[in-house]
Write a protein that binds this ligand. Structure first.
Ligand SMILES: Cc1ncc(C[n+]2csc(CCOP(=O)(O)OP(=O)(O)O)c2C)c(N)n1
Ligand SMILES: [Mg+2]
Length: 560
């Protein structure tokens, strides 16, 4: 037992949880906490907006596999976290967000800077807590970290009254967690795995489908082993990219709205689809009734609520992939696998005959070229972080991700403004790896204040802004589905991104013609500190293929 202030206890809890960095922004209700941070010299990065802090914690978590932590004050501090918490929730990212709350007697009185952050975040957190008694603090913090990282990971909010920070008590950190109503599973039923192996054996046209659960559970090596043992083709959701490199002969690429021809056709033609850590998002399935119409569906997931949520499953294995995949591999290794070479070569042929269409860029730089040249200039362990829009899809299509956790992107919520702050977190997690952001002229503006944080902390990010002077993805939909009525989707090229970078203390560079690309990229990568490179790309390039909304996966628009 140690006597300490509630504020000091929070920091002690972070130490006990082996937290190495927190991202935050101070204010009235967390002043005592910040005073304790000052005295304890606990590692903390001051962002320029609370949304920056929460995305940074998220990027840190995605890159490292550890729990990300952010801090904000009550009221507007807490509400500024909301988009980031929802982003993390949709992609199952382990986060603990600590918010200050007004004094206990003031709660519910519309006190200055009061917002019901637990009420607001209930639908977008795995769990949340309001702490009104200092004695509850150690148990709540212990539970918060436990809930965030175990089972299907997710964000947890701990809302702490300022009175708790200011109270003194006898601190003791619990050794274990005991909660009624929460017991995350690890193992499943071995009989379910046997049934899956039997189905794999029988299928004529099997297809493995990997999603975000694979990087989250660090099981890419098992997926690869299963693929290579069986010889089955593999497709990936946006969140599963990096599980198998695009260059792997069995990997057909991304499936869904902007998926490859091969991945989408294979989905339509397969007779067995094995979903591994996926949630059958509508960007993958399009209309569910037309999704994988000939296939028996197998679903491997840790969350029983995912099974039969969007797509009915014929077979399921509800367990941690760290349990089910090794067992599946073990049993697969003991089987004879008859050749599916004909099926695999059919899948490969689809991709060969219909490669990803590339835009004609005219005088400007073609977006796919940006992805390919950046890839060529970077090592395989570089971390790529994207914003949301066309540039995100071009990165997913044309950058060859060869390692798990090498693509950080807001898949579920599609949050513009995610990229730059998430990359700060990734760079903190991996100080020695190159971290590159692909952003757009729209997205970068949503958290461009964080350029100042990047410069202040000397984070050597390389930020590549694909400037098409439009909210390109919106513009594309208006071009394709709204009679070219470009309602409020142009940014009119009004921003000088080089000057913006320089104003924030970040080196700015510009690429305005294709022949400058390699040279400027080399110059940017040679700079030790942060660099923003604006690349001028054409305003009317489309992301293709595209499955029009409501269409079937085999009804892709391929070109023109
Ligand atoms: C916070 C937020 N607001 C609105 C949208 C809707 N939206 C999706 S993509 C997009 C355009 C993105 O523009 P930009 O960052 O320039 O990327 P581009 O598509 O041009 O590559 C918009 C507005 C969103 N995803 N997120
Ligand atoms: Mg744009």
């Amino acid at each position: 037992m140690m006597k300490m202030l509630g504020a000091e206890a929070v920091i002690e809890c972070l130490r006990r949880e082996n937290v190495e960095m927190v991202f935050g922004y101070p204010g009235g209700c967390v002043l005592t906490l910040y005073d304790a941070l000052y005295r304890a010299e606990f590692p903390h990065i001051l962002t320029r907006h609370e949304q920056g802090a929460v995305h940074a914690a998220d990027g840190y978590a995605r890159a490292s596999g550890k729990v990300g932590v952010c801090i904000a004050t009550s009221g507007p501090g807490g509400t500024n976290l909301v988009t980031g918490i929802a982003t993390a929730y949709m992609d199952s990212i382990p986060l603990v967000a600590i918010t200050g709350q007004v004094g206990v007697p003031y709660i519910g009185k519309d006190a200055f800077q009061e917002a019901d952050i637990c009420g607001i975040t209930t639908p977008i957190t795995k769990h949340n807590y309001l702490v009104k008694k200092v004695e509850d603090l150690p148990r709540v913090m212990k539970e918060a970290f436990y809930i965030a990282r175990t089972g299907r990971p997710g964000p947890v909010v701990v809302d702490i009254s300022r009175d708790v920070f200011n109270a003194t008590f006898d601190f003791a950190y619990p050794e274990t967690v005991q909660m009624r109503g929460y017991s995350p599973i690890f193992s499943g039923d071995p009989a379910d795995v046997e049934a899956v192996v039997a189905a794999l054996q029988q299928a004529e046209k099997p297809l493995l489908f990997v999603g975000g659960g694979v990087p989250l559970s660090d099981t890419a090596a098992s997926v690869r082993r299963l693929a290579e043992l069986t010889g089955f083709p593999v497709i990936s959701s946006l969140m599963g990219l990096g599980t198998l490199p695009s260059s792997h002969p069995q990997h057909l690429g991304m499936v869904g709205m902007h998926g490859t021809y091969g991945a989408n056709m294979a989905t339509m033609e397969c007779d067995l689809l094995v979903g591994i850590g996926v949630r059958f998002d509508d960007r993958v399935t399009s209309l569910v009734k037309d999704f994988a119409p000939h296939a028996k569906i197998v679903h491997l997931d840790i969350d029983p609520a995912e099974v039969n949520k969007n797509v009915r499953a014929d077979l399921k294995v509800v367990a941690d992939l760290r349990w089910s995949l090794p067992l599946l591999c073990e049993q697969a290794a003991a089987c004879e696998w008859r050749s599916r070479a004909e099926w695999l070569s059919q899948c490969q042929q689809w991709n060969r005959e219909n490669p990803l269409p590339v835009a004609d860029a005219g005088e400007r730089v073609a977006p796919h070229q940006v992805m390919e040249r950046v890839k060529a200039a970077l090592p395989d362990d570089a971390v790529i972080v994207t914003d949301v829009g066309q540039h995100q899809m071009w990165a997913a299509q044309h950058y060859d991700f060869v390692q798990s956790r090498s693509l950080l992107t807001s898949g579920g919520l599609g949050t513009m403004g995610y990229g730059l702050p998430a990359a700060m977190g990734a760079q903190i997690a991996h100080p020695d790896k190159p971290v590159v952001v692909f952003s757009g002229d729209g997205s970068i503006m949503m958290n461009c204040q964080e350029l100042s944080t990047v410069a202040d902390n000397g984070l050597p990010l390389k930020i590549i802004v694909l400037n098409n002077e439009v909210l390109g993805m919106v513009n594309q939909w208006q071009r394709m589905f709204y009679g070219k009525r470009y309602s409020h989707s142009s940014t009119h090229g009004g921003t000088d991104f080089v000057k913006l970078a320089e104003a924030m203390g970040v080196t700015g560079m510009r690429v305005s013609a294709p022949d400058e690309l390699d040279l400027v990229l080399a110059q940017a990568l040679a700079v030790e500190g942060p660099v923003l490179v604006e690349v001028q790309v054409p305003p009317t390039a489309d992301v293709l293929p595209m499955v029009p909304p409501g269409g079937r996966l085999d009804q892709m628009v391929l070109g023109g």
